[in-house]
Design a protein around this ligand. Structure first.
Ligand code: KIV
Ligand code: ZN
Length: 499
């Protein structure tokens, strides 16, 4: 085993997917898993099988779909969770069970109302049980970041003796400082008997903006696996971003660590995940943000024009960002569209490309130039076309001195319905008109409209959260017409609980 090789464990489809509103269906998860395989990740955490039939099924299907990466399933330190994981992983060519329990005094006392000794026993029992079914068992000590190092070392030693092949040291709350986290890993390297029999893994959250720094501190102090997500997606402030670690390892020749990541796939995978999860990448996000390579100050531009290395430490081509700016317009052909889509990680059959091209032409008629974000939005709209409730038409009259009024046509499972209503604004009128047809108790909890470029002809992206029957559902719409985009987002929410 190369002692400088870092194993990349991607948890976009488990920890990343826990974000409200970012849930993917099984087909979308397979698409992401295949892209992760192409990217070169070593382990794909595919889900938490016991948590829902959907998660279970996704682990089954991802296990069938990928060949090279290890497929991993999460469990609590509970037999029925482990049984579900074993069953879900049955088709995986390389499989791993990821089991664990909270080890900080806070978790032991408040979550489990237990004692350190009892938790240690439960950890050992879970690992031994999982080892009866699979050879590769990873143990996580949840909230290890705030766990006393001496006790953590005892737990880690015991689970390795019980057969754990990987020991995961999560900074679950994102609290640690880099020095502290690095020292924790070093402490384990130096104090755990048998540590050489297992790989130490980092798993850092970004609550204080230190996930990447902490992960690097862990790797520099002896960890050889890091758990990461594409674009850093994850609960609260997210997880360590895969692309940041991959590019740190690639750019720093002074660090002897390497990974298997094909960095030229980073940009397409980033955009694919952003599009499928309806989770925009912040413009100044390291590596994959829209502005990550845009030099706007005069001094920087001058320097870059004279010699690119003056201000650029990464060649954009290394992350798959081609500077070959093909601008798509209504006169662009199929080949240019296919090329652009493939750059964004979207591969379509000839037949699907034809249908997509027609939608592209409609948008290109409304907008002079169609950019990458527009294409990703169109790809999302294509998914909405198979929904239960579809918007047939919407007509809204509003303006100064007028009482806004809307009439709407819906297609519900093939049947046509029409409604009309007033409102205190155009969106309110349109949603009231829709409610005359779909009579469900729903409360809008969040409603944001974003545009991507600054142009008045831009596509508006609408994110909405609606509460229904005690649950919150997330919906997304995108249209050059803000009111239509809002209604599409509202319908998207309804489609989530209709099925
Ligand atoms: O953050 C965390 O502690 C986790 C574990 C379940 C691995 O995600
Ligand atoms: Zn986590």
């Amino acid at each position: 085993m190369d002692s400088n090789r870092i194993y990349i464990f991607d948890t976009t489809l488990r920890d990343g997917e826990q974000v409200p509103g970012c849930q993917l269906n099984t087909v979308e998860k397979i698409q992401v898993a295949k892209a992760l395989e192409e990217l070169g990740v070593d382990v794909i955490e595919a889900g938490f099988p016991v948590s829902s039939p959907g998660d279970f099924n996704s682990v089954v299907e991802i296990s069938k779909a990928v060949t090279w990466p290890t497929v991993c399933a999460l469990t609590r330190a509970v037999q029925k969770d482990i049984d579900a994981a074993v069953e879900a992983l049955r088709y995986a060519k390389h499989k791993r069970i990821h089991t664990g329990i909270g080890t900080s005094d806070s978790h032991i006392r408040y979550k489990f109302n237990s004692t350190r000794e009892e938790i240690l026993e439960r950890a050992v029992r879970a690992v031994s049980y999982a080892r009866q079914f699979v050879e590769d068992v990873e143990f996580y000590a949840e909230d290890a970041g705030r766990t006393d190092n001496e006790y953590l070392a005892r737990v880690v030693e015991a689970v390795i003796k019980a057969g754990a092949t990987v020991v995961n040291i999560p900074d679950t709350t994102g609290y640690c400082l880099p020095e502290e986290y690095g020292a924790k890993i070093r402490y384990l390297v130096e104090h755990v008997d048998g540590i050489d029999k297992a790989v130490i893994s980092t798993h850092c959250h970004n609550d204080l903006g230190m996930a990447t720094a902490n992960t690097m501190a862990g790797l520099l102090n002896g960890a050889r696996q890091c758990e990461v997500t594409i674009n850093g997606v994850g609960e609260r402030a997210g997880n360590t971003a895969l692309e940041e670690i991959a590019m740190i390892l690639k750019s720093h020749s002074d660090i002897p660590l390497t990974s298997n990541i094909n960095t030229t796939r980073i940009f397409p995978v980033s955009r694919m995940v952003s599009s499928l999860m309806n989770m925009p990448v912040q413009a100044n996000k390291a590596i994959v943000g829209r502005n990550a390579f845009a030099h706007s100050s005069g001094i920087h531009q001058d320097g870059v024009l004279k010699e690119v290395s003056t201000y650029e430490i990464i060649n954009p081509k290394d992350i798959g960002l081609d500077d070959n700016n093909i601008v798509l317009t209504a006169r662009s052909g199929h080949a240019a569209l296919r090329y652009r889509l493939e750059t964004l990680g979207i591969k379509l059959s000839d037949e699907k490309l034809d249908a997509f091209y027609q939608e592209f032409l409609k948008l290109a008629d409304k907008k002079k130039q169609v950019n990458d974000d527009d294409l990703l939005v169109l790809a999302g709209a294509e998914r909405a076309a198979v929904a239960h409730i579809k918007l047939d038409y919407l007509q809204v009259t509003s303006g100064k001195g007028l009482k806004p009024v809307a009439s709407i046509g819906l297609d519900i499972a093939g049947e046509k319905f029409e409604g009309a209503a007033h409102g205190n604004g155009p969106v309110d009128a349109a949603i009231n008109a829709l409610k005359t047809i779909v009579r469900r108790q729903m409360v809008i909890k969040e409603f944001t409209i974003q545009n991507i470029t600054k142009g008045s002809d831009d596509v508006a992206k609408v994110h909405m959260q609606v509460e229904h029957d005690g649950h919150v559902y997330y919906g997304f719409g995108a249209n050059t017409d803000i009111v239509t985009g809002s209604v599409e987002a509202y319908i998207d929410c309804i489609n989530k609980f209709q099925h």
